[in-house]
Ligand binder design. Structure first.
Ligand SMILES: *[C@@H]1O[C@H](CO)[C@@H](O)[C@H](O)[C@H]1NC(C)=O
Ligand SMILES: *[C@@H]1O[C@H](CO)[C@@H](O)[C@H](O)[C@H]1NC(C)=O
Ligand SMILES: *[C@@H]1O[C@H](CO)[C@@H](O)[C@H](O)[C@H]1NC(C)=O
Ligand SMILES: *[C@@H]1O[C@H](CO)[C@@H](O)[C@H](O)[C@H]1NC(C)=O
Length: 333
């Protein structure tokens, strides 16, 4: 039966929607690289937008001209050195002869400065931003040895090494994929503190970007679908049990929907017939516009009701006039 079919379909729709919504939660991953989830707002902060990758080269030419050929820079001001750093990734610049760092780790340097022609690493690559309270933080460790420890053997594992801590600040006016690091300071040339302003630090992603889940639009769509399913199921149940309707009449507001469908159909008829009239305007007119006689309203309804074709003209006119009277009565109420 059509009815149970549509009811089954609605149930299926509803259950799949609910399944989608609940399954979505279990797919969330907080450990995606360079993504952090705020424990207070539940928002995901995706720093991959400001994580620079080396420009892709093809036959020595840059493929994407938007690629930056260099990492982010921060002026050192009174520190007497400028800083170069990348977010979640090694710096794009080729760094060599890094003070006190094994050559196999040079390619993993994520932040450095240059002084007296020597390159000092202030941290090896890391990609685990996290929240400390409301602050989004990323740190790099294992840079060059700190000054006090510099004279002890660099192979000694207890040597203290330079590290970097970055605090991300939301800047809605910044261009997307843009980061502006500012050097805040260092107390003992061992830990370096930066503030990074970027629109990537504004969050706003409600779900894990890796989960392929729903955005706000998807959530709204699910709510709409649930509302429609509830309307269909509840309406059918009401029409069936209370109003004792059967067949298509079980559908809630069947007459309303049927009327709407008829109206749209009639509009199409009007459009196509008027287009047709343009092409055969010299034909003697016996079309719907004159069928209801001099009554202008009848002419309109006649045009709407033009689906009957040429036969039964008189009966159509009577039916139309009755319809108009009925409409008039309803209008007067
Ligand atoms: C840092 O960069 C600025 C320009 O951005 C330059 O004027 C200054 O000399 C640099 N400082 C050092 C120590 O290289
Ligand atoms: C260095 O970076 C490479 C990728 O560039 C990575 O596979 C490797 O694990 C990193 N090594 C360390 C010690 O972080
Ligand atoms: C540095 O980041 C790691 C996670 O990558 C975290 O476990 C550690 O506590 C952080 N250290 C500091 C000093 O914030
Ligand atoms: C490392 O240095 C500490 C002192 O800073 C010393 O006590 C220790 O013996 C050294 N270890 C090695 C393996 O050299």
């Amino acid at each position: 039966m059509k009815l149970t079919g549509s009811a089954h379909y609605s149930l299926f729709l509803l259950s799949s929607i609910l399944g989608l919504a609940s399954a979505d939660n279990s797919h969330l991953k907080d450990d995606a690289p360079c993504v952090a989830r705020s424990p207070t707002s539940g928002m995901y902060f995706d720093l991959r937008a400001i994580s620079l990758a080396p420009p892709e080269l093809k036959n020595g030419k840059q493929v994407n001209k938007d690629d930056r050929g260099e990492s982010w820079h921060a002026k050192g001001h009174d520190y007497m050195a400028n800083f170069t750093l990348n977010i979640c990734a090694p710096v794009i610049e080729k760094v060599e002869d890094v003070v006190g760092v094994e050559s196999s780790l040079w390619k993993n340097v994520s932040a450095f400065y240059e002084r007296d022609g020597k390159i000092y690493s202030i941290g090896q690559q890391a990609s685990d931003p996290f929240f400390r309270g409301r602050k989004l933080v990323l740190n790099y460790t294992n840079g060059s040895p700190c000054p006090d420890d510099f004279n002890t053997a660099s192979s000694n594992s207890s040597v203290r090494r330079k590290s970097t801590i970055m605090s991300f600040l939301c800047d809605r006016d910044a261009l997307p994929n843009q980061a502006t690091p500012s050097f805040v300071g260092t107390m003992d040339s061992c830990t370096y503190y930066f503030e990074v302003r970027s629109s990537a630090a504004c969050g706003g992603i409600a779900v894990d970007p890796n989960a392929g889940g729903m955005g706000p639009g998807g959530v709204f769509g699910v709510i709409m679908l649930i509302a429609v399913a509830a309307y269909l199921i509840g309406g059918c149940a009401y029409q069936r049990t209370v109003m004792h309707q059967r067949g298509w009449r079980q559908c809630p507001n069947f007459s309303l929907w049927a009327g709407m469908f008829d109206f749209i159909k009639d509009m199409f008829v009007i459009m196509f017939s008027s287009v047709g009239k343009c092409f055969r305007s010299n034909r003697p007119s016996n079309s719907g516009y004159t069928r209801a006689g001099s009554d202008s309203r009848g002419g309109f309804i006649g045009a709407i009701g033009g689906r009957g074709g040429g036969h039964g003209g008189r009966r159509d006119v009577d039916a139309e006039n009755r319809l108009i009277d009925q409409l008039d009565e309803e209008w007067d109420d």
